[in-house]
Design a protein around this ligand. Structure first.
Ligand code: HEC
Length: 244
């Protein structure tokens, strides 16, 4: 799929490579020692003593748009997910992860093509197309056992809030991929998305956007925080979860 948009994909891959996301293993993940897997069939299982630390993480992680009424549930859910490495996964999880990564890459190519085609009719009009098409295309990439989405530390669309397990890493805005294991053997991954040159048209400095584009964005996204990105900046993340 990606071959159909070679130039754009090259731009994005080059930028992503600049972020080092092709080699996530360079930055050692913080695996809880107490939850480390012991057998080949096992996945990191959370232990109660992880809860205290995770509560702190969830407090940092809670996106401002989430209702304040759920902190305990959010903390417990976040605590149930642990940062892992691929070598911690069993064979079935690893092959599901490989398939999910493929689906994620295909989705990335499809979204890029869609946004670039839409941009040909002018950015304000493209906002209307993207506003409907990008969430729909993303939702359609899900399959039984695979959930997938896009998120950011600075959101345009408030519906793109990160899943609870991902919030801490997303809000820390480190341009690194990160792998997580859930309490029921789920595997979750965050994949950084760099700001490439064509993205700056709609996500660049607010002052650089034309009045028509600013109006189009403001009417759809009154809380838009996804401006003022420069080429090469971390724009956000793809996330996905494969069920056990
Ligand atoms: C035509 C304007 C336009 C262009 C160009 C554009 N975007 Fe967006 N972007 C949007 C709109 C509108 C949304 C909100 C709708 C949605 O959920 O996709 C959005 C949302 C996103 C999101 C989801 C997170 C959030 O803030 O809601 C990411 C990630 C993203 N864009 C990345 C990019 C990247 C990377 C590029 C360049 C390859 C790009 N965008 C180019 C208009 C644009």
């Amino acid at each position: 799929m990606q071959q159909r948009v070679p130039v754009l994909c090259l731009i994005v891959s080059a930028t992503l490579a600049a972020f080092g996301c092709q080699s996530p293993s360079e930055s050692p993940p913080e695996v809880e020692a107490s939850g480390a897997p012991s057998g080949e069939e096992s996945v990191a299982v959370p232990s109660n003593d992880a809860a205290g630390e995770a509560e702190g993480q969830a407090a940092v992680a809670a996106p401002p748009s989430q209702p304040a009424s759920q902190p305990v549930d959010v903390a417990a859910e976040a605590a149930a997910w642990l940062r892992v490495e691929e070598s911690d996964l069993n064979a079935a999880q690893r092959s599901a992860l490989a398939a999910a990564r493929q689906a994620r890459a295909t989705l990335g190519g499809t979204l890029m093509r869609t946004v670039m085609e839409a941009a040909e009719s002018g950015l304000p009009a493209a906002v209307e197309v993207c506003a409907d098409a990008a969430p729909r295309i993303t939702a359609e990439a899900a399959t039984p056992g695979l959930r997938i989405g896009r998120t950011s530390h600075r959101l345009r669309n408030p519906e793109n809030v990160p899943p609870v397990w991902a919030a801490s890493h997303v809000n820390a805005a480190r341009p690194e991929a990160a792998l997580f294991a859930g309490p029921e053997g789920q595997v979750g991954e965050l994949v950084p998305i760099a700001t490439a040159a064509p993205c700056v048209g709609c996500h660049g400095a607010r002052d650089s956007l034309t009045p028509a584009l600013r109006d189009a964005l403001a009417s759809r996204y009154p809380e838009d925080a996804a401006v003022d990105f420069a080429e090469g900046d971390l724009r956000g993340f793809f996330w996905f979860v494969v069920e056990n």
